[in-house]
Design a protein around this ligand. Structure first.
Ligand code: ADP
Length: 594
C-alpha cells in the first residue's frame, strides 16, 4: 500500500461546500420537521433540506433584508406558510427556514420559538465548528505522522546517501592513491633514468674535455716552443697563427663545456680572496696590443670606495670581463673602451658595485638587444662573416653574472656604442686570509735553484712537451708512463716534486698519490723507497689534468696532492706552480746517503 502524501491530505480538506452541508445536516438533525435552504450572500442557492419553495423575488428580498440585520426576517413561502431568514456571517450565507409542524401563531408571536431557533442555530454552528476542529485535528495528526515518516525516511535516505558518498570517496581515494603511487614510481624511474643520463653526460663531458684538451695542450705548447726557436718572419707569423687558432678553438671548447656545466646546474663559483684591481688591470692589459694596432684607447677605473681585496671567483669574473672587453674591441674601430667598477651603494656590509665595459663601437639595434644574450645568436646575420664568433660568449656571461647575484644588461645606440654592465654585491676579504696569489708571488721571489722532477704522464706528446718546458725552467726531469711506474721510480731515485697526470692506464694519478702517502706514513715501508725514506716533509705532488671542474680539483686534494695544474700546460702556469711548490733545497744538493 502506498503511503499517503501531502496531496492526499489536502484532497481531504473540508471545502466550503462540505462545511455548509455539514452544518445543514446538523441543523436538520436538530429540527427534523423544518424545511431549510442556504443561500449565498449573492443570492445563489447553495444547499437545502426539504427545501422550501420560494418565489425567487421573495427569496431575494429575504436574503437582502437578512444581510442587513442580525435578527430574523419574516417572509411567506409559496405554500403560504411563514418563513424566516437569518444571516450567518461565519458561513457567508443566509439561512431560510420554515417549520411546517409548528403552528403559525407560534412563529408569529413566539419569541420563545425564535430564541429556540436562535439557540438551535448556535448549537448547530458550534457542533459544526467542533466537527471541523476534530477533522482538522485528525488531519494535523495524520500530517504529523506523515511528516514524521517522511522525516525518518529523509534521515534514512540521507544516511544511505552519506554512506554511499563515503564509500565512493574511499574508492576514489584508493584509486587516487594507487594512481599517485604508480605515477610516483614512474617518476622515480624516469628520475633515475635522467640521473643516469645526466651522469653519463657529465662523464662524457669530462672525457671529451680530456680528449679535446690533450691535443690542444700539445698544439698550444709546441707552437709556444716553436715561436721561441730561431724562425724567419713568415714562419713566426704562421706559428703565431697556429697558436692563435688553437687558443680560439680552446676558448670555444671551454665555452661549450661551460655552457653544458651551467645548464646541468653543475657550475659552482669559488669563494676565495683576490685582488680586484689586479683582475681589472689584467683584463685591460690583455687588450693593450690589439687596441694599439687598431688605434683604440683602453682605459680602466675602480672607485676608491670599493675594497681592493674581495671575496669571490676571480677566474669567472675575469672570464666575464674578458668576454665583454673582447666584444667591445671586436666591434669598435675608433674611440675607446672603458672598463669601470663604480660604487653604487652599501648594503648589509657589502659594497654594491657596478661593473661596466663601455665602447664607442657599432652599437646594437634595439630589436636585437634581447636576442644577443641567447645562445648561438648574434646581432645580425653578417656578424659572423665580418667579425667571426659563435654567439656563446654573452649567454655564458649572463649565466655567470646571475650566479654572482647580478644581472647582465646592455645600453646601446647604433653608431654610438654600447655599455654592458652588471651590479653585484662585493664583499671585502677578511684580513687573515692570505691569498693564493700572495703565495705565488712569494714563490716567485724565491731563488730558483733547480731540482729533480718526476713527470708521470701517459701521453707521449704531452711527455715531450712537459719535459721540454720543465728542462727549460732549469730542472731535471724523469718520465714515468703511469702510477705503477712512478712508484718504481721512487723505489730507486729521489725527486723534489712529482707532476702527476690524473687520468692514466694501469694506475691512475689518484691511486698513485694515495699509495705514496700511505708509504710515507709507514716507517717500515718507507725503507724500500729511496725517493721517500729520507724526506722530512711529504713529497710535493702536483696533479695534472685536462678536467677543469671544481670537483676534480677537490678530488686531487682529497687524494693527497698539494697542487693542481690544468692542461694545456703553458710556460707561465708551470713557472708559477713550480716556483711555488719546489722545496727550497733540492735533493740534488742532499743526495740520499744510501
Ligand atoms: P660572439 O661575439 O661570439 O658572436 P657573443 O654572445 O659574445 O658572441 O655576442 C653576441 C652578439 O652580440 C655579437 O655577435 C654581436 O652581434 C653582439 N655584440 C656583443 N657585444 C657587442 C658590442 N660591444 N658592440 C656591438 N655588438 C655587440
Amino acid at each position: 500500500m502506498t503511503e499517503p502524501t501531502f496531496d492526499d491530505i489536502f484532497d481531504e480538506l473540508i471545502d466550503g461546500n462540505e462545511e455548509l452541508q455539514g452544518f445543514l445536516s446538523i441543523l436538520d438533525g436538530l429540527l427534523p420537521e423544518a424545511s431549510l435552504l442556504l443561500v449565498s450572500e449573492s443570492g445563489t442557492l447553495l444547499e437545502g433540506a426539504r427545501p422550501l419553495a420560494l418565489a425567487p423575488p421573495v427569496r431575494e428580498r429575504l436574503v437582502h433584508e437578512a444581510k442587513s440585520t442580525d435578527d430574523f426576517v419574516v417572509g411567506k413561502a409559496d405554500n403560504g406558510s411563514r418563513c424566516h431568514a437569518v444571516y450567518l456571517p461565519k458561513m457567508s450565507a443566509v439561512l431560510l427556514i420554515t417549520c411546517t409542524a409548528a403552528p403559525s401563531a407560534d412563529w408569529e408571536t413566539g419569541s420563545a420559538m425564535i430564541s429556540l431557533l436562535r439557540n438551535t442555530l448556535e448549537l448547530a454552528l458550534y457542533r459544526q465548528e467542533r466537527e471541523v476542529l476534530v477533522a482538522d485535528h485528525e488531519q494535523s495528526v495524520r500530517q504529523i505522522n506523515i511528516l514524521q515518516q517522511q522525516h525518518g525516511k529523509l534521515i534514512e535516505d540521507n544516511y544511505r546517501q552519506y554512506r554511499l558518498n563515503q564509500e565512493r570517496e574511499k574508492e576514489y581515494a584508493r584509486k587516487l592513491e594507487s594512481e599517485i603511487a604508480q605515477q610516483t614510481s614512474e617518476l622515480r624511474e624516469a628520475n633515475a633514468r635522467l640521473e643516469e643520463i645526466s651522469r653519463l653526460k657529465s662523464d662524457f663531458l669530462a672525457n671529451m674535455s680530456h680528449e679535446l684538451r690533450t691535443p690542444m695542450n700539445a698544439i698550444i705548447g709546441f707552437s709556444e716552443l716553436l715561436s721561441e726557436t730561431p724562425l724567419a718572419e713568415e714562419q713566426l707569423d704562421y706559428t703565431r697563427t697556429i697558436a692563435q687558432s688553437a687558443t680560439s678553438l680552446l676558448t670555444l671548447i671551454n665555452d661549450i663545456l661551460d655552457l653544458a656545466k651551467i645548464e646541468a646546474g653543475k657550475l659552482e663559483l669559488e669563494r676565495m680572496p683576490f685582488d680586484l684591481p689586479e683582475v681589472i688591470d689584467n683584463v685591460a692589459a690583455m687588450f693593450k696590443i690589439p687596441a694599439r694596432e687598431k688605434g683604440v684607447a683602453v682605459t680602466c677605473k675602480i672607485d676608491s670606495r670599493i675594497p681592493k681585496r674581495i671575496m669571490g671567483d676571480s677566474n669567472r669574473l675575469r672570464q666575464v670581463l674578458i668576454n665583454l672587453a673582447g666584444n667591445a674591441m671586436k666591434f669598435t674601430e675608433q674611440g675607446g673602451i672603458d672598463i669601470r667598477v663604480d660604487f653604487e651603494r652599501e648594503a648589509a656590509g657589502r659594497i654594491v658595485s657596478r661593473f661596466s665595459v663601455h665602447d664607442s663601437g657599432i652599437g646594437i639595434p634595439p630589436d636585437r638587444v634581447e636576442a644577443i644574450f641567447e645562445k648561438f645568436t648574434q646581432a645580425d646575420g653578417s656578424t659572423t662573416r665580418k667579425y667571426g664568433g659563435t654567439g656563446l660568449g654573452l649567454a655564458i656571461c649572463l649565466q655567470l653574472v646571475e650566479l654572482m647575484g647580478g644581472h647582465l644588461t646592455v645600453a646601446s645606440e647604433v653608431g654610438k656604442g654600447s655599455t654592458f654592465y652588471f651590479v653585484i654585491p662585493v664583499e671585502e676579504a677578511p684580513a687573515e686570509i692570505i691569498s693564493l696569489q700572495e703565495h705565488k708571488e712569494a714563490g716567485l721571489e724565491k731563488d730558483l735553484s733547480g731540482g729533480r722532477i718526476l713527470l708521470v704522464e701517459d701521453n707521449a706528446v704531452n711527455q715531450r712537451l712537459a719535459s721540454i718546458l720543465i728542462t727549460r725552467q732549469g730542472y731535471e726531469v724523469e718520465v714515468a708512463s703511469d702510477g705503477a711506474e712512478a712508484l718504481e721510480h721512487l723505489r730507486h731515485q729521489t725527486f723534489d716534486l712529482v707532476l702527476m697526470d690524473v687520468q692514466m692506464p694501469i694506475m691512475d694519478g689518484m691511486e698513485a698519490t694515495r699509495r705514496i702517502r700511505e708509504i710515507e706514513a709507514d716507517q717500515a715501508l718507507r725503507q724500500d723507497y729511496v725517493g721517500l725514506r729520507a724526506l722530512s716533509q711529504p713529497l710535493p705532488i702536483v696533479g695534472l689534468t685536462a678536467h677543469a671542474r671544481k670537483e676534480d680539483e677537490t678530488a686531487c686534494y682529497e687524494a693527497g696532492m698539494n697542487g693542481f695544474l690544468t692542461k694545456p700546460i703553458i710556460k707561465a702556469k708551470l713557472t708559477m706552480i713550480l716556483s711555488e711548490m719546489m722545496p727550497r733545497s733540492s735533493c740534488l744538493e742532499n743526495p740520499d746517503p744510501s
